[in-house]
Design a protein around this ligand. Structure first.
Ligand code: GDP
Ligand code: GDP
Length: 434
């Protein structure tokens, strides 16, 4: 269902340079708005109309200059488990090293599609050297230079062919909700509260629950699929591994879902890693419900919910129009409310607003506050329509789309949000030439 491309390889072969090249355009947009500094180890990319997530597994290795073989093994293992396609990056100037052989052995045994990427092929002389990599037994090497970008287009042509192009097309019509969040926020407990105790076993030690399972829930008039990322495997003992594993799981779950319920530990508040997941969902244009769990542990007076909510919203900016639900998985308080909220978000996300209604509401608003004239040019919006995409997208047809500012586009988005309920739903606004 999902499209995940993992970049693996020993340190210094150029993994992060390649990662930046594959994800740059998107990163700029989102980072600039949120003002949040984030780990740049995963991002969205698109080629020939196929969207996919890119993960730089090496980015998770601390002090990558003297990594132990074991560290590399761990990254590759995760990539084999979680990715659809693996880019195995090698340094053509150095040829095959012992570490490369370790990676190659694992990749040959894993059943995933692997592309051998011969990096640092900056000139013709180096092209001839790549032939050496056939010896790894993983097929034809693809010559690229991550620094200049040469060869990356041809590589991506092949990569997207190998990906599931129909990732968006879903067989099951029921809504899919993903329960995501950092280790220990209460994902297992939340799912237990929903599905009943016997369903799985929760222990107080982070990462000791079973593997993730998708469950169809059909009680009390509800019908949805739960994508559960709680199952962090026992083998990860170190905090960073857990963190890394949960990120990998979250990426997959977010790709697969319609709405994600992002669980936050109320006693810790929202942190960088939570925001990573939030922005990932936003970038994927999935519905979002923020769930503040362990609310029973927070000392409360009359205003505390409101104050807490305000603080959370500030951190989520600019995408603040999301439901925030305060739960206790322990006492089952408002767990079902969180689900109902996800159902509502899903409805808003899949609804199509009639062109007539859209124009009746939006044209008078635009008339009243038209885009400012730039360089003596007046922008005239003629009509608006919702495009038949899987997440709400609106096209505003006008004479001079290139003269409409980002600020005005945001203004239009906000008016759409005020007039049509898109709580928890990322929406896109495009200006198009009429
Ligand atoms: P990583 O440790 O695998 O993520 O490697 P980096 O992306 O950090 O790159 C390691 C070094 O190789 C850096 O100095 C990069 O500038 C350099 N590098 C990456 N790609 C290329 C390339 O295509 N050509 C050349 N000449 N150098 C590159
Ligand atoms: P996961 O790693 O996200 O799946 O988190 P778990 O469900 O395993 O929960 C981690 C710990 O937090 C366990 O000790 C739970 O009992 C506890 N916990 C989970 N939800 C709540 C809650 O709403 N209130 C309180 N007080 N504890 C909770």
């Amino acid at each position: 269902m999902s499209n995940i491309v993992a970049i693996v390889g020993r340190p210094n072969v150029g993994k992060s340079t390649l990662f930046n090249r594959l994800t740059d355009s998107r990163k700029a947009i989102v980072d600039a708005e949120s003002g949040v500094t984030r780990d740049r180890h995963y991002g969205k990319s698109e080629w020939n109309g196929v969207e996919f997530s890119v993960i730089d597994t090496g980015g998770y290795v601390k002090g990558s200059d003297d990594v132990f073989e074991g560290e590399i093994r761990k990254q590759v293992k995760l990539a084999i488990e979680e990715a659809n396609v693996i880019l195995f990056v090698l340094d053509v100037a150095e040829g095959i090293t012992e570490d490369d052989k370790v990676v190659a052995d694992m990749l040959r045994r894993g059943k995933k599609k692997v592309f051998v990427v011969s990096n640092k092929v900056d000139n013709n002389v180096r092209q001839g050297l790549s032939g050496e990599f056939y010896a790894l037994g993983l097929g034809e090497p693809h010559n690229i230079s991550s620094i200049s970008g040469s060869g990356t287009g041809d590589l991506l042509d092949e990569v997207v062919k190998a990906l599931d192009k129909d990732a968006e097309v879903e067989l099951l019509e029921i809504p899919k909700f993903a329960i995501v969040g950092r280790p220990n926020v209460g994902k297992s407990s939340f799912i237990n509260a929903l599905l009943g105790k016997e369903r799985n076993i929760v222990t107080p030690i982070a990462g000791t629950t079973r593997d993730s399972i998708n469950t169809r829930y059909t009680s009390f008039g509800h019908d949805f699929l739960l994508i559960d990322t709680a199952g962090i495997r026992k083998k990860s003992k170190v905090e960073e591994d857990l963190e890394f594993y949960s990120v990998m799981r979250s990426i997959r779950a977010i790709e697969d879902c319609d709405v994600c319920l992002l669980l936050i530990d109320a006693t810790l508040g929202i942190e960088a890693q939570d925001l990573n997941i939030f922005h990932l969902a936003e970038k994927n244009r999935k519905g979002i419900v923020v769930v503040i769990n362990k609310w029973d542990l927070v000392e409360k007076d009359t205003n505390s919910t409101k104050i807490y909510e305000e603080k959370i919203r500030e951190k989520l900016a600019p995408f603040k129009d999301v439901p925030i639900i305060f739960t206790s998985a322990l006492t089952k308080q408002r767990v079902l409310k969180a689900i109902e909220s996800a159902e509502k978000v899903n409805e808003s996300r899949t609804r199509t607003i009639k062109t007539r209604e859209l124009n009746d509401v939006m044209l008078p608003i635009i008339e009243h506050s038209p885009p400012q004239a730039t360089k003596g040019k007046h922008v005239k919006v003629k009509f608006i329509t919702q495009l038949p995409t899987h997440a709400p997208t609106f096209a505003f047809y006008c004479n001079l789309p290139q003269y409409v500012s980002e600020g005005y586009i945001r203004f239009l988005e906000n008016r759409l949000r005020e007039n049509f309920d898109f709580n928890g739903v990322p929406i896109q606004v495009f200006m198009r030439k009429k």
